[in-house]
Design a protein around this ligand. Sequence first.
Ligand SMILES: [Zn+2]
Length: 54
Amino acid sequence: MSERFPGVWWYCDHCNASLDEQPGFDDHYDTWTCRECGYRNTISEEDIWPGDRP
Ligand SMILES: [Zn+2]
């Protein structure tokens, strides 16, 4: 499956863990609960920081 946001790296807003490396993560989800800290991150265009773009 292709990525919804190609090349974008996702990080937890709470603990800064790399969400891309967590099992089951897919950027097609609207939200993702961090497996490290349990924080629910939203996955949307508005949540991409300038530095996270390719
Ligand atoms: Zn986290």
